[in-house]
Design a protein around this ligand. Structure first.
Ligand code: GLY
Length: 384
């Protein structure tokens, strides 16, 4: 096992986690039952329907992480945290996870991995209650229903001819359902989806396209396009970090070395194209006028993905390099982008971007950014 020196960062990371627990507590006291996506002018947006429902697991997911942190603090006899007792977070996390149960059958979104890995999977890990695993397996089967034989991919929510890089964060649930149920057909679907994504959305230099378009009558791949990136041939930063994290997860399930190679290639693109603080512009080829706009949510996902990757890599030297990079990113986020307690702001991390091309959630807090940030902080502190 690699030993890492973390002492100088411990108080920084614990301070950020204390802040996160405080912000989430304030949110659920002020707006009970509300599942936010991103802030507008620093406030979780409360008016109007959200338009999309891919983020609902992240709020309970943070609560499950806080619960785990509380247990780990007790086990490691860490004192001095202002955080609530773990039983408080257990009760709240279950309360906010339970309403997601019916989403196990949701055929309208490709986001069931986002929704269920953050909520029911963590709930199941905490309790081992078999009825929770039944929900997880069904969600994986529902997601597998998106598979297109012609083209060999899970279709995105947009249309039958559309494959998204974001799906790499969700296909892990199909692997999970295959493993838990013993259904080899599900595993086969998951592997084929990953290999199609690798072939058509991951470029030779490790950058990625967000969307692939196929001819549904023949399965022929036609072109790369984008929704949230700058251009079809650019590299949207968050898409790249979904690939780092997603290919790492899928390698962990499949042990297919092609998926590990892809995760490393994407990670190396991220590291070699990022500024020295590890926080990327919203798109790696963003034009001059928006080049200064960063996406901290991409940085948080990258940090968490690199921590995963470094644990599954056979090469300890490269693992150590990814570990150090993840710590550097987390340090930058804590130093430069934490919401200050003096400000009247919601959320934990400032400087996220939801959808540049639709002018939504630019330089704001985002639920997914906060979730992967706290996941990475806890894993950096405890999973060595
Ligand atoms: N649709 C997922 C994302 O905005 O990254």
């Amino acid at each position: 096992m690699i030993q890492f020196e973390l002492d100088t960062d411990k108080s920084l990371f614990n301070g950020a986690l204390d802040l996160a627990e405080k912000q989430v507590k304030t949110l659920i006291e002020g707006a009970p039952g509300f599942y936010p996506m991103y802030t507008t002018d620093g406030r979780w947006k409360h008016e109007g329907p959200p338009g999309t429902h891919w983020c609902d697991g992240f709020l309970p997911g943070m609560m499950w992480i806080f619960h785990k942190r509380g247990l780990l603090n007790k086990r490691h006899a860490v004192n001095g945290s202002a955080a609530p007792d773990p039983s408080f977070w257990f009760q709240k996390a279950a309360e906010y996870s339970q309403p997601l149960e019916s989403r196990q059958h949701d055929q309208d979104v490709h986001d069931l991995g986002f929704i269920f890995f953050s909520s029911y999977y963590r709930w199941y890990q905490a309790t081992k209650a078999s009825e929770l695993n039944v929900v997880l397996m069904q969600a994986g089967r529902t997601l597998a229903g998106r598979f297109q034989e012609k083209g060999q991919y899970l279709r995105s929510f947009v249309a039958e001819n559309s494959l998204f890089i974001d799906l790499m964060m969700n296909v892990g649930l199909v692997f999970y359902a295959a493993r838990e149920s013993g259904d080899r057909r599900l595993r086969d679907i998951a592997v084929r989806h990953c290999l199609t994504t690798r072939r058509y959305l991951v470029r030779g230099d490790g950058s990625v396209g967000q969307e692939g378009i196929f001819d549904t009558s023949t399965g022929e791949f036609l072109k790369q396009t984008t929704h949230q990136g700058f251009r079809s041939d650019s590299c949207w930063s968050r898409g790249l970090t979904w690939a780092i994290y997603g290919f790492s997860t899928c390698y962990d399930y499949s042990r297919d070395p092609r998926l590990l190679e892809t995760a490393e290639r994407c990670a190396d693109y991220y590291i070699t194209h990022c500024p020295s603080d590890g926080v990327p512009p919203w798109d790696f080829q963003a034009p001059a006028e928006t080049r200064k706009i960063v996406d901290t949510s991409a940085a948080a996902i990258a940090a968490s993905g690199l921590l995963r990757l470094c644990r599954i890599l056979p090469d300890p030297v490269k693992g150590h390099f990814y570990w150090n990079t993840a710590i550097r990113i987390l340090r930058s986020l804590c130093d430069q982008y934490l919401v200050s307690t003096d400000e009247e702001r919601d959320g934990v991390l400032k400087g996220g971007v939801y959808h540049m091309n639709r002018s939504l959630g630019i330089d704001e807090s985002a639920m997914w950014g906060d979730y992967f940030f706290v996941e990475a902080l806890v894993n950096a502190l405890f999973k060595r």
